[in-house]
Design a protein around this ligand. Structure first.
Ligand SMILES: NC(=O)c1ccc[n+]([C@@H]2O[C@H](COP(=O)([O-])OP(=O)(O)OC[C@H]3O[C@@H](n4cnc5c(N)ncnc54)[C@H](O)[C@@H]3O)[C@@H](O)[C@H]2O)c1
Length: 149
């Protein structure tokens, strides 16, 4: 089986949850970690293996990466477009960005380079979410009806 080489950018709380889980998937290799605080990236590479970086450019240049996990804070989004442009699959922690224009910039690059992509909206995929959404819709409609008829 081909190994999948994964890098993570943003080595904070949720990144460590992903790293722990990725470690348990057969065929996945944690190849590199990047954080503006290099100490954090280094502590991840010491724990999970792979290289550490404080900038995404050398990571993309030096490592053969199949997939990038983006676990930076929402205000720091945009750098991952450089990976998308190299055809690297991306998983984003929610939210994709803080502004619609930044999210559209990322979406456009995903469409242009046709990379596999996903966003970790964990509650959104539960059955209960669509039921709750429908109940909220009915309540809003009822309030509108009572206020306007
Ligand atoms: N799906 C979930 O259940 C869940 C849970 C927690 C957090 N999140 C999301 O994950 C993201 C990260 O949250 P967190 O709690 O892990 O934050 P955190 O503050 O613990 O970690 C963020 C890390 O990113 C680093 N960083 C900041 N700017 C950077 C940049 N430009 N490049 C590289 N690294 C940078 C910080 O130094 C820090 O180590 C947020 O978008 C948050 O909403 C999702």
């Amino acid at each position: 089986m081909k190994e999948i080489n994964v890098a993570i950018i943003g080595c904070g709380g949720i990144a460590s949850v992903h790293a722990e889980r990725l470690m348990k998937i057969e065929g996945v290799r944690l190849k590199a970690f990047m954080d503006v605080d290099e100490k954090r990236a280094k502590s991840f590479s010491e724990k999970f293996g792979g290289q550490h970086y404080s900038n995404i450019d050398p990571l993309i240049k030096n490592e053969h990466i199949d997939a990038l996990f983006v676990a930076t804070p929402p205000f720091a989004r945009g750098e991952e477009v450089k990976a998308i442009e190299k055809g690297i699959a991306v998983f984003f922690e929610k939210p994709v960005a803080l502004t619609l224009s930044k999210a559209e910039e990322i979406l456009n690059s995903i469409k242009r380079y046709s990379v596999i992509n996903s966003v970790g909206y964990m509650w959104r995929y539960l059955d209960i979410s669509s039921i709750a959404q429908e109940e909220v819709r009915k309540t809003v409609l009822l309030q509108w009806f009572l206020a306007n008829t």
